[in-house]
Design a binder for this molecule. Structure first.
Ligand code: SF4
Length: 508
């Protein structure tokens, strides 16, 4: 059962909003349509509340809607960035709840609010009213031949970039009172960025919220010095993510990496000696023509180092990379599926022997070494994406910045507020969010809980396509956990995305 509720309101004038950046604008919604659909009833059994927004032109603004729900003594709040013309948003609310119409209000505010599902109670409460910050540092020393992340090897805009990142950060932080759970400096190569610039950004983050459980900084081995390590520790970095990829110098050269295997080992040991208690190393497997013993040496050498986390990714051939072109021209082989599966099995067994828990398809941790920031992504906790090429999630929609350093800096320089920053917004429907939850959940050892999915999204994958579900259980692509959740067993995890797609909610 769904309800369509229409609100008509004036599109706020942007200059007016810019002058009153800290004010709230309360508008009276027209409730006649809601009445017509029975919102006056005391108790409603609702699967989804559907709202339509009407604006008078294509201008952009941000809105926050708040629906107090008595039963939960809490608000359902929702943030939208860049709503254009008439757009319909759907979101799930508890199936049985009590709504007080006289408390219904609409608030428009010219700054960004993260949406916290934690305010909804039940399943959402487990997530906590927190959010994360991802800051993209878009510079690299060399262009690795396999990499299609956004970065530039031209380092002439470091100062302008810092100013732009800082402006965006402070704009997003205006008026925020919620807890920042995690901060992640990713890239690109954050270790290449001047330490003073990173320190200034951390100070700005401290001024927004002092509670941070985890602050991760990605570092490449060739950048790591004892001076930098001290600065990073002092500014509050709690976790270093060191891009090793392999210890084999000939492969590192083939990848166009700027370090050697020995440099990587030394960097990890230096980080541990400097006082970093959480260090993760990255490895890549599934490399073409690589004999199994070479991969085993990489794993063993990594596991001998003082790390508490390991990320191991299969080499992906991205079309717009040097490697992608070589493969397309037939100048480069790719690894066979059998070789990739064998490398994965070796990885699973050796990490297990070393005491690592395989908690996500590509991630392994010693006790206490799990990555909170990434786990929050997988749980659907909102995060700001700051910087060129960065992606963010407001709990409902995803947005992406332009993947171009000069255009990002120019856009921020010309902007007078967040509203002026051009973003590509992906408005997620309930089905999209369900699919993301299934996809990311099935990549983790916790798996997915059909009852929780039903409570949150109104869809139980066991019954939505009973045949697909039963077939997956019979084929042991899914196994049930004692708490009622289902996960993909480790030996089938390499096929997680294909298995998850069997349960996707596809709209006709
Ligand atoms: S893999 Fe890392 S260091 Fe290499 S180009 Fe990509 S972002 Fe830069």
């Amino acid at each position: 059962m769904s309800f369509l509720n229409h609100f008509a309101f004036r599109n706020p004038n942007r200059e007016h909003l810019a002058r009153h950046r800290s004010e709230h604008f309360h508008l009276e919604p027209r409730l006649s349509t809601a009445h017509a659909h029975g919102f006056q009833e005391k108790h409603l059994t609702i699967q989804h509340l559907q709202l339509a927004f009407h604006t008078t032109d294509a201008d952009q603004y941000m809105a926050r809607l708040v629906w107090p729900i008595d039963q939960f003594h809490s608000d359902i709040s929702m943030a939208h960035s860049h709503i254009k013309n008439t757009v319909t948003y759907r979101f799930p609310i508890p199936r049985r709840c009590c709504i007080s119409l006289n408390l219904f209000r609409l608030t428009i505010r010219p700054s960004y609010f993260p949406f916290h599902e934690g305010k909804l109670g039940g399943f959402w409460s487990e997530l906590g009213a927190v959010f994360g910050i991802y800051i993209h540092i878009p510079f690299c020393r060399t262009a690795c031949h396999y990499c299609d992340f956004h970065f530039s090897t031209q380092l002439d805009q470091l100062e302008e970039m810092e100013e732009a990142l800082m402006r965006e950060l402070l704009w997003r932080g205006t008026g925020v009172s919620e807890e920042i759970s995690t901060v992640y400096f990713g890239g690109g190569t954050p270790s290449l960025f001047p330490e003073e610039g990173l320190e200034r950004m951390m100070h700005a983050i401290q001024s927004i919220s002092s509670t941070k459980k985890e602050v991760t900084l990605e570092a490449n081995p060739e950048d790591i010095t004892s001076e930098k390590l001290d600065v990073w520790l002092k500014m509050g970095v709690t976790r270093l993510s060191i891009g090793v990829q392999t210890f084999d110098d000939s492969i590192l050269s083939w990848m166009n990496r700027a370090h050697t295997g020995d440099t990587a080992e030394t960097a990890i040991r230096m980080a541990a000696e400097a006082g970093f208690q959480h260090i993760t190393g990255d490895l890549i497997y599934g490399l073409p023509d690589r004999p199994a013993p070479a991969w085993e040496r990489d794993i063993d050498r990594m596991l001998d180092l003082p790390i508490d986390h390991l990320s191991a990714y299969i080499l992906t051939i991205e079309p717009k990379t040097a490697l992608g072109h070589q493969v397309k021209q037939g100048k480069q082989n790719t690894a066979s599926d059998e070789a990739v599966v064998a490398a994965y099995q070796t990885l699973c067994s050796r990490t297990q022997t070393a005491g690592f828990e395989h908690y996500e398809v590509s991630n392994f941790a010693r006790p206490g070494g799990h990555a909170t920031h990434n786990r929050n992504y997988w749980k659907g906790i909102p995060f700001w994406g700051i910087g060129p090429g960065a992606h963010g999630f407001d709990g409902t929609n995803r947005y992406a910045h332009v993947s171009n350093n000069r255009r990002y800096v120019k856009a921020i320089q010309q902007a007078t507020s967040l509203l002026d920053i051009p973003l590509e917004v992906d408005v997620l429907q309930t089905s999209d969010r369900f699919n993301e939850r299934v996809m990311t959940g099935l990549r983790t050892m916790e798996g997915i809980n059909p009852e929780q999915l039903h409570a949150v999204y109104g869809r139980d994958p066991r019954t939505a396509d009973a045949q697909a579900w039963q077939s997956a259980v019979l084929k042991r692509e899914l196994i049930q956990l004692p708490n009622g959740s289902f996960r993909i067993p480790e030996d089938n995890w390499l096929f997680a995305d294909a298995i998850a797609s069997e349960f996707f909610w596809v709209n006709d």
